[in-house]
Structures are given as C-alpha cells and as structure tokens.
Ligand binder design. Sequence first.
Ligand code: PMP
Length: 401
Amino acid sequence: GSVFEHVEQAPEDPILGVTVAYNKDPSPIKVNLGVGAYRTEEGKPVILNVVRKAEERLLADRSRYKEYLPITGLADFNKLSAKLIFGKESPALLEKRVATAQCLSGTGSLRVGAEFLAKHYFQRLVFLPAPTWGNHHKIFSNGGLTVKTYRYYDPRTRGLDYQGMVEDIRAAPSGSLILLHACAHNPTGVDPTPEQWEGLRQLIRNKRHLPFFDSAYQGFASGSLDLDALAVRSFVADGGELLVAQSFAKNMGLYGERVGSLSIVCKKEAIATHVESQLKLVIRPMYSNPPIHGASIVATILGDSELYAEWTIELKAMANRIISMRHQLHSAIQARGTPGDWTHILKQIGMFSFTGLNREQVAFMTKEYHIYMTSDGRISMAGLSSKTVPHLADAIHAAVT
Ligand code: PMP
C-alpha cells in the first residue's frame, strides 16, 4: 500500500480549471474567455515589443549574471515599481518612508503582505469585497489572517453597492484590513467613482482601518498609468499608512515571469527600514529570493525614457482593444434583439465583463457553443476578437431566450 493512499483528488482551480477543460475540447470553434490573459485579434498571446527590446539589451550585456538577487529583489526594480504606482513626486517616496520588496507577481506580493501583517499587525481581520478574485480568500487565510467580506456588487443594478460597502466598512472593528482593488475590479469590472473613493478614503481613515491595495491592472483599465493609480495616490496623499501589491503580469504581459512588488507606506523612514528588515524574515524561509529575469526586464523598461514611452503606447493599444471589444459585443447583442439591458458591458472597466449570466447559462454556453468562462458569468474581454464576438453573441442570445 502507498502512504498516500488516503490522498483525495482535489478539485480543479475554479479559474485555471476553465483552461484545463478548454484544452480538452477538440471543437474548432472553441473560445477561452476564462483566464485573464491578453490575446491579439488573432487570438494569440503576445510579447510586447518593448519587452523584446529590453530582453535583447539584457542578453547583449555580458556583464550580467544569473546570481541570486537580495531577499527583497532587484533594488532598481523596487524603486521604479514604487515610483510607477505612487508617482514621481510622491511625498512618501521623497521622504523614503516606503518599504518595497520584489515578490512573485501579484499573488506573491499579497501573500508576503498577509504574512507580514499576521506577524506584526494587531488586527487579524481582513475584509474583502464580495465578490472578489477567488484566490484572495485563500491567500489571506493561508497567510494567517481571518477573512471577512464587505458588500461590493449589486446584481440588481449591476453596479457598485456603495451604501452597503460603506455600511460594512463602517461596522468593521477599528483597525481592520480593507482589501481594495486599485482599479478594474476583478471579477465585476465595477469601480467606485472618484467621489466615492474620496468617501471611502475618509471613512477608512476615520475608522483607523488599514487599506491594502491590489493593483493588478495599472494602465489596463483606462489606458493611462496615472489615472489607474489615482485611488492609491489619494490614500498616500493624506499621509496615512497602506500596503500595495503590484503585478506586471497584465500591463507588461509578463504573466509567467512572476514579477511584482509589495510596498508598505509607513509614517517615517526609520519605521520603513524596520518593516523592510522584517519582510526579509517573511521571504527568506518561503523562497529565499525572487527571480531575476522578469524584474530586470521591468527595470530596463521603466528606467529608460524611450522604452517607457513605447510601453505606454503598447499598453494603451491593449486597453483600447479591450474597450473596442466591449462596444462590438454590446452592438452584436443589440443586433440580435436579445432581451435585457446589456449596457453594463460598456460601463464595466478592465479586463473582464461580469455578464450577469448564471451558472446554468454558462454551462449551456460551454456545452452548446464551446465557450469557456468561469461559472460566475465572468468573461475575459481580452480573450475576445472581432471574429469571436458574433459567436459569443449568438451563445448569449440562445442562453437567455
Ligand atoms: N489580483 C487580482 C485582482 C488579479 O486579477 C490577479 C490576476 N488574475 C492577481 C492579483 C495576481 O496575478 P499574478 O499573480 O499573476 O500577478
């Protein structure tokens, strides 16, 4: 007998499992709208031109080695990554009161943040939006925190339940951790307005809660890196403390390179120094130090004005293609006379559309139309193209009529 006889088959990951099912489907018309990865009009993954250029530079530079990075990663990358989210003139950066560590993309940055907080922060409660990216729940509970939720999405309006959100954040015990999506909320595509952000900022500060921003889509939502950072920057501008997890998976198309960072904004430089020293104690026994290649690519692009400018153009093109898919899908649904109001497809922001399709409708579309998406009705707009929009619109029409 095996000592692992008792080990049961685990369920597939609810998001990545969609791709597993998609790969098994032999149908030539199949479409994968499950995972949030950018595809071209031809349905192909891409490497950004600036990424290629940065890699060529790295390859040509014979003074580079594959040595271990420090525990907190590549110093240049950390500086540039923090500057990208906080802004060049950020007082927190000028006053050197930010501790930044390069981590394993957005996921790893969130996890390191959670473990640091579980060790050093007095309040173990973290409030996540309902719904949220499914992995958040496990990242924070495995990181040692107690997970609760606040109301966020209102299925009736297919918009933000601002009142509910405010009530739940107000009712949370003082000092609670509040997880906020910096922009392009996943899975709903619904973000607070600037006025609502201001209301939330005041409430969170008055209650002495600690905000933890997840910034996985900077530049991908609006096409502007600065606009997509406004919420984070407003919380930095008030002088208060916060955490930010950044990912370069989407905005540089570096999914598999696993490059991201955790920044903790503190009140004083000396505190940030202590915090950074403790981040090392979290990271060292987990994976020792992060990988060098992706961070070198990002640092090369962010540190070179020409490459940076080129990146912003490529990024905007990706964001615009996604926005154009929203318009095409909405028009195609309207053209079919599909019952219901589908304007949320236009209004929602970022990579995903939360269609409002239920589990049964999703199962129907997968079975009959070979369209793959998560069972909550979330579709990746970045996985659509002009060629696949009509097929998706047909499927939606059939599913709801
Ligand atoms: N947060 C959110 C909200 C996300 O959607 C994602 C990616 N799906 C991540 C974090 C982390 O992704 P990664 O670890 O690939 O950077």
